[in-house]
Design a protein around this ligand. Structure first.
Ligand code: C6P
Length: 404
């Protein structure tokens, strides 16, 4: 049984007040709060294990290395990668995407080659490809969507040419909550001889993501959005591809042997992990993944889907409400505007009621342009949010609306 009251007790911050009101934290797509076990894992490692990994022969270094490599295995299991060689630790989704753009771009992309992105991508899955376009003259193509926020799969298929090399798609939109059909999109990409990268920043925290089942070539996510610490993230890549890609950065950890004449590189995944890794972060991420696994990703998903549906129903009834993203099966994110109220005003006034939401372009300006707005307000849910919090949001929005 998924007992929300027990679950909430694991997150001390949820008990605090802001402006003398109970905190209603609905900005989970930006970052999630951390359960006690994750915070304690960080403190305990610094208190009693801390040493640099992969270098020392001494006890602490070996213990820290064991925790770091055990974390890699936890991630592997969590996303069902074939081998730990396919799990690269990075600073987060953004660095993972830049790593692929830089390294895959170097190995596989030439002038005139095409990369397909979608209209609902986050800037971190657009700008690295634009930087590559400036460096290498690749061509960027964009999958359009319907007004409901559903990708147009016919249009997607028509974008492919013999020069298409890679597709990059958000598994779940951080604005619309649309769950994109990445498995089908992978089949189509592969049928055209292209690779596919799935941005799992907004899917990994909400439901089981199985990279082998999806059949993707790359998948990226951030630790801090899945109850882990900031500064740690993951790049999953198919081993044969990672093997053929050059290092992203040079330094310690990623080399086999260095002379002034010639350097050879470490085996996977270390080839992509130059410098001291965030070994405390990786361990704490593993603790977070174990935490959500123990709750059950299916339970978390069911809870959040029901909450999202409830929020959509309640919010729809508010006068002047415009909801963005009404795709069937949408997940954990509700973006909206109310009448002519500027989203920043809405967010600021809700904040005074203790309700934390995000406002603005959500790092998806091309999507804002597609929707014909400068910005939106956005509530996003996590495993610890309740119906009462949705009610507080709805009442809060209504109260703000009446002020205008
Ligand atoms: N979206 C949001 O409030 P980083 O910052 O590297 O952890 O994640 C970047 C990122 C990439 N892809 C998607 C789909 C995302 O949602 C995000 C982060 C946050 O929506 C911060 S802008």
């Amino acid at each position: 049984m998924y007992d929300i009251n027990t679950v909430r007790k694991d997150f001390p911050i949820l008990g605090r007040e802001v402006y003398k009101r109970p905190l209603v934290y609905l900005d989970n797509a930006a970052t999630t709060q951390k359960p006690r076990c994750v915070v304690e894992a960080i403190a305990n490692e610094y208190y009693s294990v801390n040493a640099n990994v992969h270098r020392g022969v001494h006890f602490l270094s070996q213990q820290a290395t064991d925790l770091h490599e055990a974390a890699r295995e936890t991630v592997r299991r969590f996303i069902n990668a074939r081998d730990v060689a396919e799990v690269v630790f990075t600073r987060g989704t953004t660095e993972s995407l830049n790593l692929v753009a830089s390294s895959y771009g170097e190995a596989f992309l030439h002038e005139g080659d095409e990369v397909i992105v979608t209209v609902m991508e986050h800037h971190s899955d657009i700008v690295p490809w634009q930087l590559l376009r400036e460096r290498k003259g690749i061509v960027l193509k964009v999958v359009p969507m319907t007004d409901e926020g559903v990708l147009d799969l016919d249009a997607y298929e028509q974008l492919f040419t013999p020069r298409t090399r890679l597709v990059c798609v958000a598994h779940v939109s951080n604005v619309l909550g649309t769950v994109n059909p990445v498995k089908r999109m992978a089949e189509i990409a592969h049928a055209h001889g292209a690779h596919i990268l799935v941005d799992g920043a907004q899917s990994v925290p909400h439901f089981k993501v199985d990279v082998q089942d999806i059949g993707c070539d790359f998948m990226v996510f951030s630790g801090h959005k899945v109850y882990g610490p900031t500064g740690i993230g993951v790049l999953y890549g198919r081993e044969d591809l990672l093997d053929r890609m050059p290092p992203y950065q040079g330094g310690g950890e990623m080399i086999a042997r260095v002379t002034f004449e010639h350097t050879t590189y470490e085996r996977l995944p270390f080839k992509f992990e130059a410098g001291t890794p965030d070994y405390v972060g990786s361990h704490a991420l593993a603790v977070a993944l174990d935490y959500v696994s123990a709750l059950g990703m299916d339970h978390i998903h069911a809870h959040e889907r029901a909450l999202t549906q409830y929020a959509m129903e309640q919010m729809q009834a508010i006068e002047g409400m415009h909801l963005f993203g009404t795709a069937p099966g949408k997940d954990a994110v509700v973006a909206f505007n109310v009448g002519n109220i500027h989203p920043l005003d809405l967010g600021t006034l809700l904040d005074r009621l203790g309700i934390a939401i995000r406002t603005g372009h959500h790092c998806a300006q091309p999507l804002m342009q597609r929707c014909g707005v400068e910005g939106m307000a956005r509530a996003s849910f996590a495993l610890y949010n309740t119906r009462e919090e949705v009610d507080a949001l709805v009442q809060g929005i209504d109260r703000v609306r009446k002020m205008f």
